[in-house]
Design a protein around this ligand. Structure first.
Ligand code: TXA
Ligand code: MG
Length: 309
C-alpha cells in the first residue's frame, strides 16, 4: 500500500513535469502524458513512433473534469452512468475553449475520451490538474502491453517510469463508440457491442472495414510480427498452436488461452500468449477457432488484424 502511494507520487511528479510515463488500466497499459501540454504529448508520438495524424484517447477522473473540455448529451450521460468507469471510450465534440493539446486531436474538433477503472490510475487522475492522454504503451502497430514487464519489453530504458498496477484485468483495448451524429462503434473491445445495443434499445453498427477513421482499424495492427493461421484444427510441425480450451494431450507447442473456453479469460491471456510465443522464437502461429460471441468478437477482430502481417 505504502509503496503504491509513493509510486503514485512519483508518477504525479513526472506528469507535472511534462514527462511521459506508463500507467496501468483495466484494458491495457497506457503511455501517459498531460493532455493539455503540447510538449508532453509530443513525447508520446516520438516514443511510440506514432503518426501525428493518429489522435489519442484522453483519460478523465469523472464527469466534472470532462465537462471542461467536451460537449455531452443525454445519450452519453446514460452510457456514462451504466459503464463508467470502465473499458469504453467515446468520441465527443470538443468545446471551443477546451485546453486539450492539438497534438491529441490531430487538430480536429472531436476527441476520444474514457474513464479508466484501475484504482491506481484513478488515484492518479484524482490528484492531477489535467486529464491524461494515453495510447496503448507499445511501439505503433505492435501488441498492447498488459503488464509492467510488457511495457519494459517495448521501450526498455527509453521509458522513465512505469506505474506498476499488476496484470490488466481485461487484456484487450476499450470499445470505441462515436457519439458524433449517429452512434457508431469504431473499435470492438472490452464492452460487448450487443450489450450496448440492448441497453440503448437501438442497433449500433460497427463501421465498415474500408472506412478507416481509426488507425486501430487499419488492416495490420496488434501484430506479434509472426505469420498467423486462423481457425486451425490441427497445427503443422513447429507451429505454436494457441487453443481456447485445455486438451488432455500435452504438446510443448500448445499454448492455452483458457482452461475451459472462457472467453473473458481468453481475452485476458491473448496478448500475453503472443509475447510468450515471440520470446520462444517461434516463426509460425496457428490458432483454433474462437467463438464469435461476447468478447470473442473483439478477440476475433484483433486476430484478423494480427494475421494480416
Ligand atoms: O483501452 C484503451 O483504449 C487503451 C488504454 C490505454 O486506455 N488505449 C488505446 O489507445 O487503445 P490507442 O491510441 O492505442 O487506440 C485509440 C484509438 C486509435 O486507433 C485512434 O485512432 C482512435 O482511438 N481515436 C482517437 N481519437 C479519435 C477520434 N477523435 N475519432 C476517432 N478515433 C479516434
Ligand atoms: Mg494501440
Amino acid at each position: 500500500m505504502k509503496k503504491n502511494l509513493s509510486n503514485i507520487k512519483k508518477a504525479i511528479n513526472y506528469l507535472n513535469n511534462d514527462d511521459c510515463i506508463a500507467i496501468p488500466t483495466e484494458t491495457v497499459y497506457g503511455l501517459a502524458a498531460n493532455a493539455y501540454s503540447n510538449k508532453a504529448t509530443s513525447k508520446i508520438f516520438k516514443l511510440k513512433n506514432r503518426s501525428k495524424k493518429n489522435p489519442l484517447i484522453v483519460h478523465y477522473y469523472n464527469l466534472k473534469f470532462l465537462k471542461k473540455d467536451c460537449l455531452i448529451n443525454k445519450q452519453f450521460l446514460k452510457l456514462y452512468k451504466k459503464y463508467c468507469p470502465g473499458p469504453i471510450s467515446f468520441v465527443l465534440n470538443l468545446k471551443k475553449d477546451s485546453l486539450i493539446s492539438k497534438n491529441v486531436t490531430n487538430k480536429k474538433d472531436t476527441v476520444a475520451i474514457r474513464f479508466p477503472k484501475h484504482s491506481l490510475t484513478r488515484k492518479l487522475l484524482k490528484n492531477l490538474k489535467f486529464p491524461i492522454a494515453a495510447p496503448s504503451a507499445n511501439i505503433s502497430s505492435r501488441i498492447s502491453p498488459v503488464s509492467k514487464e510488457d511495457v519494459k519489453d517495448e521501450f526498455g530504458k527509453k521509458i522513465k517510469f512505469i506505474l506498476d498496477g499488476g496484470r490488466s484485468k481485461i487484456g484487450l483495448e476499450s470499445t470505441i463508440l462515436s457519439l458524433i451524429k449517429k452512434p457508431q462503434i469504431l473499435r470492438l473491445g472490452g464492452i460487448d457491442k450487443n450489450k450496448i445495443n440492448k441497453f440503448l434499445k437501438i442497433n449500433i453498427k460497427k463501421n465498415k472495414k474500408n472506412n478507416i477513421t481509426v488507425p486501430g482499424q487499419a488492416k495490420i495492427h496488434y501484430s506479434p510480427q509472426i505469420p498467423i493461421r486462423l481457425n486451425v484444427k490441427q497445427p503443422r510441425q513447429n507451429e505454436a498452436f494457441i487453443l481456447i480450451k485445455k486438451r488432455k494431450l500435452y504438446d510443448k507447442n500448445f499454448f492455452y488461452l483458457s482452461k475451459n473456453k472462457n472467453l473473458k479469460e481468453a481475452a485476458k491471456n491473448l496478448y500475453k500468449t503472443f509475447r510468450k510465443i515471440k520470446k520462444k522464437k517461434y516463426r509460425f502461429i496457428a490458432i483454433e477457432k474462437i467463438p464469435n460471441r461476447g468478447i470473442g468478437e473483439a478477440i476475433n477482430d484483433r486476430l484478423m488484424r494480427a494475421s494480416k502481417f
